[in-house]
Every structure is written in structure tokens, then in C-alpha cells.
Design a protein around this ligand. Structure first.
Ligand SMILES: N[C@@H](CCC(=O)N[C@@H](CS)C(=O)NCC(=O)O)C(=O)O
Length: 235
């Protein structure tokens, strides 16, 4: 049985969601209600100490987009979750499958760290506006650029790769979730974000609609139930 070393509300939910879509059984290993405990447990399974870690027989892998590609190649041959290489959707599929971590999460986490640092410095009364790079002063932040790119992509087609739901949508769901509040410099827990009630979604109605459509998928609901049996964590 495929084993997913997991932390509630984290990127490992992508793997469970993909396997739910494919109808492939899996096991989850995490300590319910204990984010830090689950994180520390990962050290026993992989020196990267990050989630997801996936074990399938002798195969042990980290890196969610690579894991999704591996699982699709092994268990999803011919599945619509991965467009054929000669399909017109294939380039956009590949782009968003990798953009999710390669660019989107990098920029969003950079903004979130910057925002947390600014908050801490303001609290301590020693915040100083950082110098702006000449020429880009006033331009959009990383997470704003990500959200606008997603919004404009979803204005052209219902899913990231085209007219059909694919694994690229599973990859992009996580950066949208963390990126919408980051783009508005808002702080929000995973629980808050999942409700889609936050005002930070207002600037990105197509992203919000995408999130609502994903939340309505039975496989997504089963994955959220198994990966967060007590509901979304507060952090
Ligand atoms: N690019 C990796 C990122 C994995 C990652 O950073 N996971 C986070 C949780 S969502 C983690 O385990 N962070 C703990 C750490 O790196 O210390 C992937 O997509 O699998």
C-alpha cells in the first residue's frame, strides 16, 4: 500500500487527493492535531524532513510534483488527469504542474516571510521601509503577480491546462490557498481560507470560483476528510 508521510493541511494533501481521484488506496502517517509532532516524525523517514514523503514498495520520494508524475505514470496510465503528450493541453499542463512549486510557492512564501518580519518589527517599534529597487517601485508583489496570472489564465479556460481537470489543478490549489491572503497582506489560518469568505478573494473571483469547484469534487472531499479528520488546523 502506498504510504504518505503527512502533516494536516500541508502539501501532502495533494498526493491523497490525486490517489482519491485515481481510486488508488493509500495509507497516511501523521499525528492528528500535532503539526510539530508530525513534522518531527518525518525525520525518521527522510533526511529532508518535509512533507510529502511517499513510499511505494522500495521507492521513497519527496517533491510533490515529481510524486504526482510518478504516481500517474504508474497508476494513472491513460487517465484524463494527465493530458497526452500530443494533446494541445500538454504544454500548459506541464507549465502549471511545475509552476506551482518552482515559482508560485517560492514567491508566496517569500511574501509571507516578509510580511511576518514586518509585523514583528512593527510590534517591536523598529520597522523601516526597505529600499525599493529602482524601476519596480510600486509594482505588484510576487504573490499578487501569481494570483493575477492565475486569474487571467482561468478567464481563458476553466482549468489550468484547459477544459478538463488535471493534476496541474491539484498542484495549483495549494498556492492559490496560501497566495490569496498573501497577495492582500492578510493573515489567515487554513481554516479561514477554506471557507472562501475572506475579502482577499474579492480581487480574484475566478480563482475563488476555481477553489469552490475544487471543493465540490467528491475526491477532494474524501481527501480532506482523510488528511484532516478533525477539520482544518488553526495554523
Ligand atoms: N517543494 C516541496 C516542498 C515541501 C515542503 O516544504 N513541505 C512543507 C510542508 S507544506 C514542509 O514539510 N516544511 C517543513 C520544512 O521544510 O521544514 C514539495 O512540493 O513537496
Amino acid at each position: 500500500m502506498i504510504m504518505i508521510r503527512h502533516i494536516e493541511g500541508r502539501r501532502s494533501e495533494r498526493v491523497a487527493w490525486l490517489l482519491e481521484e485515481l481510486g488508488v488506496p493509500y495509507e497516511l502517517d501523521f499525528i492528528g492535531g500535532d503539526i510539530l509532532g508530525s513534522l518531527l516524525e518525518l525525520e525518521k523517514h527522510h533526511e529532508m524532513r518535509m512533507t510529502p514523503v511517499v513510499e511505494d514498495g522500495d521507492v521513497v520520494m519527496v517533491e510533490s510534483s515529481a510524486i504526482l508524475e510518478y504516481l500517474l505514470a504508474k497508476y494513472g496510465k491513460g487517465s484524463s488527469l494527465r493530458p497526452a503528450e500530443d494533446a494541445p493541453e500538454f504544454p500548459a499542463y506541464l507549465e502549471f504542474l511545475h509552476f506551482a512549486e518552482g515559482t508560485a510557492m517560492q514567491k508566496i512564501m517569500g511574501d509571507r516571510l516578509g510580511q511576518a518580519l514586518e509585523q514583528a518589527q512593527r510590534k517591536a517599534g523598529d520597522y523601516q521601509e526597505p529600499p525599493k529597487l529602482p524601476g519596480v517601485a510600486g509594482s505588484r508583489s510576487g504573490s499578487q503577480r501569481i494570483l493575477h496570472y492565475c486569474e487571467n489564465t482561468l478567464a481563458k479556460r476553466p482549468y489550468f491546462a484547459g477544459d478538463q481537470f488535471t493534476a496541474a489543478d491539484i498542484m495549483m490549489h495549494f498556492p492559490l490557498k496560501l497566495g490569496a491572503p498573501a497577495a492582500a497582506k492578510a493573515t489567515a489560518s487554513i481554516k479561514d481560507i477554506q471557507t472562501l469568505d475572506g475579502a482577499y478573494w474579492d480581487a480574484f473571483p475566478r480563482c475563488k470560483d476555481f477553489m469552490a469547484r475544487m471543493a465540490a469534487r467528491p475526491a477532494y472531499q474524501r481527501a480532506m476528510q482523510s488528511t484532516m479528520p478533525n477539520g482544518p488546523p488553526s495554523m
